[in-house]
Design a protein around this ligand. Structure first.
Ligand code: FAD
Ligand code: PHB
Length: 402
């Protein structure tokens, strides 16, 4: 068994783990990342596309903003299409100059992996049997196997950045955590294609047939989504069937000019609202999807993960640079405040934009919900105060100051 000493062990090399590693290293705090999958697999996962202002600022501050600033596309607004009518949310005007950046998670991950490799920082990809030990003691450790060797990383703190299915959250005894969850009865079928985007800004479309989203990755690469029942599988959806259904749900002028082509990726993502309380136990902090999931409607998953990282890194700087050890214990309470605000926005937007009729059985509850959500959406879109509330939340709430 190889025993290695470090300050912080980061479990998971998704965007949370890589960004935390980058920020800690900038402040001279040693860290090692342990990841289940291969570097190639991690680098190719297709997920989020929109970065909030706070995420953009954090990436720049961590020294990996150059490529984002070069090829990312700033978006000053987006559209909500509501049974064919189009409303533009002018983010820039409504928030006093803020915007979002269209830059894929795949690119963020690539930039962070490259920066880590350049610095020669240790990352154990393709590790198995990852276990967190003695987390209530002052000397926790993480053990795993890698390339046929057993390792034990002896550390001060563990950052659980291993996503929804990781081991970190399970390390907190069941009776010490509360998991609050809603699973939606539908998913998003997503298609990536090398075709020009149908519009220069994103369009979130509400339609009787279900929700649709027109997004993009570059001027020549589009990302589209449609709401599908959670029982659907990818093989049930040929490219032609996808494009046909998307055209039905987009506003007519967009559908008429939609350019279609072969999909280069097609997948179904389930929709879930989930929070684990607390987000910290002993010397373990849960970060990003390990602690919470939001439905993707407000483009918040990755951004919320980045906000957790921003906070945890500041607290760990207090611990190591200012020698204020107690600061670590503030993490859960401070993080959860913003987490719940973001969960609420993603849930609210999902409720308003999706079709919940599902199995077509009519009940008074379903009718009421449908009518209330239509009224809610048309109310918010009918006045500037309503649109401002949407805009402020879409560009993202400020990161927590400590
Ligand atoms: P993850 O990206 O899940 O990274 C966790 C890492 O930990 C992974 O590399 C994993 O392999 C590793 N790991 C897991 N278990 C272990 C273990 N036992 N030991 C070591 N390592 C482990 N958000 C949006 O805003 N817009 C979207 O369109 C969008 N689409 C999504 C589609 C899918 C299918 C999913 C799953 C998520 C999507 N999200 C989207 C959410 C967004 O991608 C996540 O919020 C973001 O990836 C969170 O980053 P993370 O680093 O916390 O977790
Ligand atoms: C994406 O481009 O993948 C994307 C954009 C906005 C969302 C969700 C996903 O709300």
């Amino acid at each position: 068994m190889q025993i290695i000493h470090t300050k912080v062990v980061i479990v998971g090399a998704g965007p949370s783990g890589l960004l935390l590693g980058q920020l800690l290293s900038l402040h001279g705090i040693d860290n090692i990342i342990v990841e289940l999958k291969s570097a190639e697999y991690v680098g190719q996962r297709i997920r989020a596309g929109i970065l909030e202002q706070g995420t953009v600022d954090l990436l720049r501050a961590s020294g990996v903003g150059a490529r984002m600033d070069e090829i990312g596309i700033p978006h000053d607004g987006f559209e909500l299409a509501y049974y064919g009518k189009r409303f533009r949310i002018d983010l820039n005007k409504l928030t006093g100059g803020k915007n979002v950046m269209c830059y894929g998670q795949t690119e963020v991950t690539h930039d962070l992996m490259e920066a880590r490799a350049e610095k020669g920082l240790a990352t154990y990809y393709e590790s198995s049997n990852v276990q967190i030990n003695d987390i209530l003691s002052r000397h926790p450790s993480v053990s795993f196997e890698h390339n046929g060797t057993s390792y034990r990383l002896q550390c001060d703190y563990v950052a659980g950045c291993d996503g929804f299915h990781g081991v970190s959250r399970q390390t907190i005894p069941e009776e010490k955590r509360t998991e609050i969850e809603r699973v939606y009865p539908f998913g998003w079928l997503g298609v990536l294609s090398d075709t020009p985007p149908v519009n220069h800004e994103l369009i979130y479309a509400k339609h009787e047939r279900g929700f649709a989203l027109a997004s993009m990755r570059s001027p020549t690469r589009s990302r589209y989504y449609i709401q599908v029942p959670s029982t659907d599988t990818v093989d049930q959806w040929s490219d032609d069937a996808f494009w046909e259904e998307l055209k039905k749900r987009l506003p007519k002028d967009c559908a008429d000019k939609l350019i279609t082509g072969p999909s280069i990726e097609k997948s179904i993502a389930p929709l879930r609202s989930f929070v684990c309380e607390p987000m910290q136990y002993g010397r373990l902090a849960l970060v990003g999807d390990a602690a919470h999931i939001v439905p993707p409607t407000g483009a918040k998953g990755l951004n919320l993960a980045a906000a957790d990282v921003g906070l945890l890194h500041k607290l760990l700087c207090k611990v190591y640079v200012d020698k204020e050890e107690h600061q670590f214990t503030r993490y859960s309470e401070l993080a959860l405040e913003r987490v719940w605000q973001t969960e609420r926005f993603s849930w609210w937007l999902s409720n308003m934009l999706h079709d919940f009729s599902g199995d077509n059985t009519e009940s008074m509850e379903k009718l009421l919900f449908d009518r209330f959500m239509n009224a809610e959406l048309s109310f918010y879109l009918s006045n500037e105060t309503g649109m401002k509330l949407i805009a402020e939340q879409y560009v993202g709430l400020s990161h927590v100051e400590i």
